[in-house]
Ligand binder design. Structure first.
Ligand SMILES: [Ca+2]
Length: 192
């Protein structure tokens, strides 16, 4: 029943990039429209304060949640680097509940400089985030994400995703091949 809407969406993919994912609020399910954007996930908890079951925020969304209590925070090392993209969101945090949270990424703004935390800005989809605004240096990237509970309610985190950008693929074609193999395994039965 969404066929007409889907056709339009494909034709206007650039303009609608922010709107399409809104259809996918159910969680880890990745529809055909999203297959062009493989994701990677958190692989290690580097630090956590006032967090129950922090490891449940790693890997793909599976319905198990880390609970960041009010005032708590956790730092996640991603499986790969997240690059800025001007097309759509750069990553996403899968959460449940009403608790509000802040996000920051660890960036090295110069080759010699010390890494520094920079706030990440909300993206165009639920839980989505971007590394920065449209003026953000395109070459910047981060593989370390901090989630801070600045609410009075708990924040439940199922997964942290990074989206692979066009720039990322151009820079590292070998990695793209690895990712394609992995995706084929996870989407067997839904090949084009
Ligand atoms: Ca989980």
């Amino acid at each position: 029943m969404r066929s007409k809407a889907s056709c339009l969406a494909v034709g206007l993919c650039c303009l609608c990039a922010a709107a399409i994912p809104a259809l996918n609020t159910a969680g880890p399910g990745v529809g055909p429209a999203r297959q062009a954007r493989p994701a990677f996930y958190g692989q290690e908890v580097l630090d956590d304060i006032d967090v129950t079951a922090p490891e449940d925020a790693l890997g793909e969304a599976d319905g198990r949640f880390a609970e960041i209590r009010p005032g708590g925070e956790m730092t996640v090392l991603m499986d790969d680097r997240i690059y800025y993209s001007d097309a759509s969101d750069d990553g996403r945090v899968v959460t449940k509940g009403e608790g509000q949270y802040g996000l920051a990424g660890l960036f090295r703004m110069t080759e010699e400089g010390e890494p520094a935390w920079q706030p990440l800005i909300p993206g165009g989809t639920p839980g989505g985030f971007k590394l920065g605004s449209v003026m953000f240096p395109v070459a910047q990237s981060t593989d370390t994400i901090k989630i801070v509970n600045d609410d009075t309610r708990p924040v439940f985190v199922d997964a942290v995703l990074g989206y692979r950008s066009e720039i990322d693929r151009t820079l590292r074609p070998a990695t793209q091949g690895l990712r394609r193999t992995k995706r084929d395994r996870t989407t067997s039965g839904r090949r084009p």
